[in-house]
Write a protein that binds this ligand. Sequence first.
Ligand code: ADP
Ligand code: ZN
Ligand code: ZN
Length: 702
Amino acid sequence: MSFWPTVAVATPAHGGLAQTLSYRSESPLAPGTLVRVPLGSREVLGVVWTCTDVPPQDLEPAQARPIGAALEGLEPLNGRWRQLVQFAARYYQRSLGEVAMGALPPALRELDNTQLQRRLRRLATARAGTGNGSSGAPTPVNIPMVSTDQERALAALAQADRPVLLFGATGSGKTEVYLRATEQALAADAKAQVLVMVPEINLTPQLEARFRERFEAGFGAGALVCLHSGMTPPQRLQAWLAAHAGHARIVLGTRMAIFASLPGLRLIVVDEEHDPSYKSQEGARYSARDLAVYRARLETDASARCQVLLGSATPSLESWHAAAQGRYQRVDMPGRIGGGELPRLRLVDMNHQPKGALLAPALLAAMQTRIGRGEQCLVLLNRRGYAPVLSCGACDWKSSCPHCSAYRVFHKIDRTLRCHHCGFTQRVPRACPDCGNLDIVPVGRGTEQLEEQLGALLADVRRPDGSPVRVARMDADTTRAKGSLEAQLDALHAGEVDVLVGTQMVAKGHDFRRITLVASVNADAALFASDHRAPERLFALLMQAAGRAGRDARHSSASEMWVQTWHPQHPLFDALARHDYPGFATAQLADRQAAAMPPFGFQALLRADARSQQAAQAFLNGAAAAAAGLPGSDQVTLYPAVPLNIQRVANVERAQLLLESDSRPALQSFLAAWQPVLLQARSLPEARGLIRFAVDVDPLTV
Ligand code: ADP
Ligand code: ZN
Ligand code: ZN
């Protein structure tokens, strides 16, 4: 007797949204079983989706190819995991196979049964080595008494029947709430698992250390694993297997971790839930935060419940709105641990500063005072490199990238011009390539230059022990090497740095104890960006940055957040000065409502990459023209195609088309019905030169 499994395999991009492929098997296979199957001339990994003893109608039984070997020793992926994957594929308009395979660690695809058995044995040994596996109590080292606010938050979480939005000031002790909530979930059930997500890899070491300190002694080292893209493929595989087998009780990870197989999932924590990094910008453009909310609901049934805890000092407007509507439960922790105060805002009106001044004299003086007292300063500039562009004073030459519609950035440290979009890098020319002029000059400033100039401006300042000031820089360039971020953070914590210059990566999440002054040097661009989310992001960034200051109550009374701006009257600063996120959110939501923008309306983008801008737009407009009459189309507005802000990257022209609707279901059914139209529009003669297209549902930038 034969059986007829359908299997999700990684289908080639643009193969359409074919959901699964059909095979033949001599024995029944449980859905969720990992199998190897023939695909073309290769053999690939797949997940059994269904299996019946009735041959599928669209397949001649004789033509069905026999399925390969199942991976032995692995429990099938459970129904809830499969439902999550299926939902994500449908909602974000990708093929099931692509999402399913993307959710598995890449190394699993390469594995044969012998290798897998070796890995599973290693997992078992590792587990045996760590002693009491499942239900240890955490040893009481460094466990603080919970504050009243924290206690209230935990009580609310224990009662909540919906997602909990933890609105906690920076330094209010949100992490302690995550730790306690984890402890409670693990204690309630010997098989319980907890997923804790952070927006960026560089926040994982600090969080991992805190979780290890709390749980390792009681649960064993193997009970906590990380999942993020900074790990090697074997490390990721091992962590994934531990989670899938249930040995790993706590999984810490970045957005990809939302797809981990966690058979005992009881709590999902999303830290800094407002962070745009939770939205994937390639492949299936999913939002890990939104999927966390969906997954928690999936994992809840009559026998068990899974909770979701979203934490932030500046929640996303989506979550804020959901809480206002009662779909989420909001819990506030307004006060800082230890009673420290949030820093005072000092706005510097750049219209009244000496011409060309990098830092206002008053700001510089304030920094000198702090350094003299042995305190630390953090200076933010959201642009790495030395200068964003080099320019010739004699002719019109600028350091454009030949492959992109963008300038190459001058990096003085290795005297290169680097394109931050395509990576194209060259040595800085000695003279202007166009006219031979020797005087080519940097225009504008990046972190490298700020570091250099601050070093010069502060050269005469002494620390309390009489030694000179130490200025350091932290950005994507200085933290690229493995371990360098940790080393730099250690140096900062050890007080070896007085002034830290950095991009937004230093503004997030870190618990710096001795920083009492934070300065944002040039944030104005975001005030007038066309992107309707720019103010929200700027506000969050400045609040987060301010949150790095005064975290130690001993220094906090005088901590300050300086912002240099040409537009000090902007209402955003008013709310910022009062640390008034609710006021800011209310005003933003009113604007959004008036414009029918998210979360009051729903959006999607169709994006196209092509050899020419014309072809990209022709494809988009062609697809739009063919959309009339599709289900949902009467409730969906399609706008004309436009070039992206940075129109050309690596010689590829980019364009997009915005879709809006008041109804999420209408937008969803429209998008589903539109897929075959998109495949057809690819072959329009005007669209020749189209390279790829993608749908982005709930896009973050439009
Ligand atoms: P947040 O994540 O909200 O910015 P953290 O969780 O990093 O804040 O907490 C800020 C600081 O307060 C940390 O150094 C943490 O160890 C400390 N802390 C948190 N909760 C308590 C508590 N209940 N008692 C004493 N210290 C605490
Ligand atoms: Zn020139
Ligand atoms: Zn480029």
